[in-house]
Design a protein around this ligand. Structure first.
Ligand SMILES: [Zn+2]
Length: 220
């Protein structure tokens, strides 16, 4: 029967654990240098101290000469894991991880955490945008002063297309010769056509709509 990936991973884990235990026993009996003289030792990597010198604190701490496979328990799901010597060497010497940092989570839990963080930051972005839109819309209620104009100008340059559209709507609500001029200039600067991206067309449409609205209010 074909082994599942899960089975295979479990076997690798078991093998690594057995290897770590065996290596530990050999190291307690024999100097690592002697063992290394026989050839490469799986589960053991030599520390390149020159790569750790950037850590001021590393000088206060007695650095080991070797990285050894280090079993640990995932702090989130409790599974038995192995932080291999090779991974440690990479973490401290290539990724420049802090000398006091240790592997605490399994791969799956690290990934879950990363996705959760990403979702949280997206959520935060959406909240921020909602607040900005509300702040901008509120400006339409009163005649524009210098600060309100500056806010709308900034929103017109925003990376968020919905903010740009709301800024145009606010200009339309304000109305008056100044805003009509600006809206017309905006429409002229965005003539439409296929070589414009849809969000640019969307902004130009909003400006046209705002101008139409100002015209129809004038007629009332
Ligand atoms: Zn885990």
């Amino acid at each position: 029967m074909k082994k599942s990936n899960k089975q295979r991973r479990a076997e690798i884990k078991d093998r690594r654990l057995a290897r770590a235990v065996a290596l530990e026993a050999r190291l307690s009996a024999t100097d690592a240098r002697l063992l290394l003289a026989e050839g490469r030792l799986p589960g053991l990597e030599i520390v390149d101290k020159s790569k750790l010198e950037r850590h001021q604190l590393a000088h206060c701490q007695e650095l080991s000469d070797f990285y050894l496979d280090r079993p640990f328990i995932c702090s989130d799901c409790g599974s038995n894991e192995m932080w291999t010597a090779k991974q440690q060497k990479w973490w401290y010497e290539v990724a420049q991880g802090c000398v006091y940092s240790r592997a605490v989570r399994c791969r799956a839990c690290r990934q879950t955490r990363r996705l959760q963080r990403e979702a949280a930051s997206l959520h935060e972005g959406a909240n921020l945008l909602r607040e900005e839109v509300a702040r901008l819309r509120a400006l339409a209620a009163a005649a524009p002063n210098a600060a309100a104009r500056a806010t709308v100008d900034a929103a017109l340059q925003s990376k968020w297309r919905s903010l740009r559209v709301v800024a145009i709507e606010v200009m339309g609500r304000w109305g008056g010769a100044e805003q009509v001029e600006r809206l017309k200039a905006f429409v002229a600067g965005h003539p439409g056509g296929s070589n414009h991206r849809w969000w640019e067309r969307e902004a130009a449409d909003a400006a046209r709509k705002a101008l139409t609205r100002i015209e129809s209010e004038k007629k009332k």
